[in-house]
Design a binder for this molecule. Structure first.
Ligand SMILES: [Zn+2]
Ligand SMILES: [Zn+2]
Length: 347
């Protein structure tokens, strides 16, 4: 048996449970979880804002640990390896999977939602979902990278950001924190961060970006002014508001690309001719990330281009009480400090 922290009923606190250690099949790996990141979406699952079909389920989709055992068909990792986990389990054979677009897999399952996740001592995953984690990357960082950093990288890839281009990032939360560092790793000199919180504006500036205070003046005007009227090549909207989505489109120069990542139920209005057509700008939706993008992400972290200072992380035990309290804190504020469930002294 093993310990797990599970969602048994929507709207109720997570519960401590003793469940059997998963038995693996030939194409699966059993991982001893060393670190599991806590995500905003976990608070949404618990609250019922995002729907969960199969209960009870062990939450946790940001996972790193050590391989305990592999099935006979697994060749990419072996027992004892340090690994991090890609959270989308796909069928591998549908029309999207064969094109490497597994986030649209017709049978996709999300770890920690549709199947048991990492708030447990062990997790079983398909071998293909385990990625080697280099020794330079601590387990806690390996875990939290697998969600917001991976999505930030996917957004930059979807926006086709090229070296030397300029970028405006709307919102310096967990996604923006990674997007800013990754944009610099893509050799983008001119990175603008639009924020309203003084502490976040200061941290953007300290990370080498140009901080745009949206409270002081229209951020679009400020970006236009800073770029001699031209606008930026790429804008990332990470906040999830119709207002900032519109600003992300309006701050683009000719052939600019706005990648929208933040979620909102609001509608956004655009004037097709003057704001889109005559500049040939593009508005691009971004959802999740691809397994094929993870090796590059892991390399950015290994080489130190993507960092998470230890004082930006908060640690809790694998314990329902502590985890529920952290999820409560998520619901009440948007905090870019990440909380990680740590289970071992194994680094
Ligand atoms: Zn997440
Ligand atoms: Zn598929």
């Amino acid at each position: 048996m093993m310990r797990a922290v599970r969602l048994a009923q929507v709207g109720k606190p997570l519960e401590n449970a003793d469940v059997p250690v998963p038995e693996i099949g030939p194409d699966e790996a059993l991982i001893r979880v060393a670190a599991a990141g806590m995500c905003h979406s976990d608070a949404h699952y618990r609250a019922g804002i995002s729907k969960i079909d199969n209960l009870p389920v062990t939450l946790g989709h940001e996972i790193a640990g050590r391989v305990e055992e592999v099935g006979s068909d697994v060749t990419n990792v072996s027992a004892g390896d340090r690994v991090c986990v890609h959270y989308l389990v796909s069928c591998g054979s549908c029309e999207f999977c064969v094109r490497g677009l597994e986030q649209f897999c017709r049978h996709v399952q999300m770890i920690g939602k549709d199947r048991d996740g990492g708030y447990a001592e062990f997790i079983k995953v398909p071998g293909a979902n385990a990625f080697p984690l280099p020794d330079e990357i601590p387990f806690d960082v390996g875990a939290i990278m697998m969600c917001s950093s991976a999505t930030a990288l996917h957004a930059l890839n979807k926006a086709r950001l090229r070296p030397g281009e300029s970028i405006a990032i709307f919102g310096l939360g967990g996604l923006g924190f990674s997007a800013l560092q990754l944009a610099r790793a893509f050799d983008c000199e001119d990175v603008y961060v639009v924020e309203i919180k003084p502490a976040k504006l200061a941290s953007a500036a300290s990370m080498g970006a140009m901080a745009i205070d949206a409270r002081s003046a229209d951020p679009v005007e400020q970006i236009k002014e800073a770029t001699a009227g031209r606008g930026v090549d790429v804008a990332l909207e990470l906040i999830g508001s119709a207002k900032t989505m519109r600003q992300a489109v309006l701050c683009l120069g000719p052939l600019g690309r706005a990648a929208l990542v933040g979620l909102t139920a609001e509608s956004m209005s655009i004037h097709p001719y003057t704001e889109l057509i005559n500049k040939e700008v593009e508005i691009i939706g971004v959802s999740d990330h691809l397994a094929a993008e993870l090796p590059a992400l892991i390399e950015f972290a290994r080489s130190g281009k993507l960092r998470f200072p230890q004082d930006a992380l908060r640690f809790v035990d694998l314990d329902a009480k502590q985890i529920n309290a952290s999820l409560d804190a998520f619901q009440n504020s948007i905090d870019h400090i990440r909380t990680v469930i740590v289970q071992s002294s194994d680094k």
